[in-house]
Design a binder for this molecule. Structure first.
Ligand SMILES: Nc1nc(=O)c2c([nH]1)NC[C@@H]1CN(c3ccc(C(=O)N[C@@H](CCC(=O)O)C(=O)O)cc3)CN21
Ligand SMILES: CC(C)C(=O)C(=O)O
Ligand SMILES: [Mg+2]
Length: 274
């Protein structure tokens, strides 16, 4: 007799308990094939609204809709089994009120199958985070450079210099107090990220916020060298998939034009017609 033991997915509790132990590993994924490849190696898959810039070609994340986030989340959930799946609530689907955020989050958990949602904002979003957490929706916070506010900030610029440092610490404490299970800190000077990480009880997951954080997240397409419209300074390139793809497509085009492809082994069937 054999018993098949299905390994369960990581939960928000697993992530919370990792603080001060092992660094939390996270990447974005927007599609089934990429989610399948990342799943064995990462703790948390983020279905980020960066998909608007990375795969839809928008200049910011502002045009991203809830329908887009739901479709991509479904694909990622289907193709993964180990990692915690967290979905970004897109701009305009949660800032109006805690009730709006709740209705949006329910769709993301119920229709798309994500385990948690991420919302941008600190002190000003704390009441919303509390409202969600008290009603059974785990929330990943996101402070520092908050891309959905690009129109108010005037660009994707580093946060936390000068007086910004006190605001960031207040944001981190408010998000923690409100019940978030962890918080993304984006585009922040190292000293501030280190101070926040030391002071708050939940894990900090950094992107452009230094090694002082309890974990790291990157946009998958950036670190694989697949997206190259722009490359933030904080990205480390682990592969050059753009180069790999360009060479492969060039070789294919060359083969077709010179009748080297398809070869005899690629013919579906042979024999007398009729
Ligand atoms: N592909 C991609 N990667 C990301 O990391 C990412 C997205 N898209 N979309 C959503 C946000 C936007 N992000 C961005 C976008 C641009 C910069 C950037 O150009 N930064 C410059 C200047 C920073 C400054 O002036 O302080 C840099 O050199 O890093 C940084 C983060 C991070 N997120
Ligand atoms: C960069 C990460 C943190 C994000 O919010 C996204 O990918 O949308
Ligand atoms: Mg995002």
């Amino acid at each position: 007799m054999s018993v098949v033991v299905e390994k369960k997915r990581l939960t928000v509790r697993d992530i919370r308990r990792a603080k001060g132990k092992t660094p939390i590993v996270s990447l974005t994924a927007y599609t089934a094939p990429i989610a399948k490849l990342l799943d064995p190696h990462v703790d948390l898959i983020l279905v980020g609204d960066s998909l608007g810039m990375v795969i839809y070609g928008y200049e910011t994340t502002v045009p991203v809709t809830l329908e887009m986030m739901i479709r991509h989340t479904e694909a990622v959930v289907r193709a993964s089994k180990r990692a915690l799946v967290v979905t970004d609530l897109p701009f305009g689907t949660y800032q109006e009120s805690p009730e709006q955020a709740f209705r949006t989050s329910v769709r993301v958990l119920q229709e798309a199958g994500a385990q948690a949602v991420k919302i941008e904002g600190g002190v000003e979003m704390a009441p919303t985070i509390r409202f969600l957490v008290e009603r059974g929706i785990p929330v990943l916070g996101h402070i520092g450079l908050v891309p959905q506010s690009v129109n108010a900030i005037g660009g994707f610029v580093t946060q936390g210099r000068g007086t910004g440092a006190a605001k960031l610490l207040a944001d981190a404490e408010a998000v923690t107090e409100a019940g978030a299970f962890a918080v993304v800190i984006e585009g922040t000077i190292e000293e501030v990220a280190a101070e926040i990480t030391a002071k708050i009880a939940i894990p900090t997951i950094g992107i452009g916020a230094s090694v002082a954080c309890d974990g790291q997240v990157l946009v998958n397409d950036d670190m694989l060298g697949l997206f190259s419209d722009f490359t933030p300074k904080f990205v480390k390139r682990y592969a050059d998939l753009s180069g790999t793809i360009a060479s492969a497509v060039e070789a294919y085009a060359d083969d077709v034009r010179n009748r080297r492809f398809p070869g005899p082994e690629h013919v579906t069937a042979r024999g007398p017609a009729g």
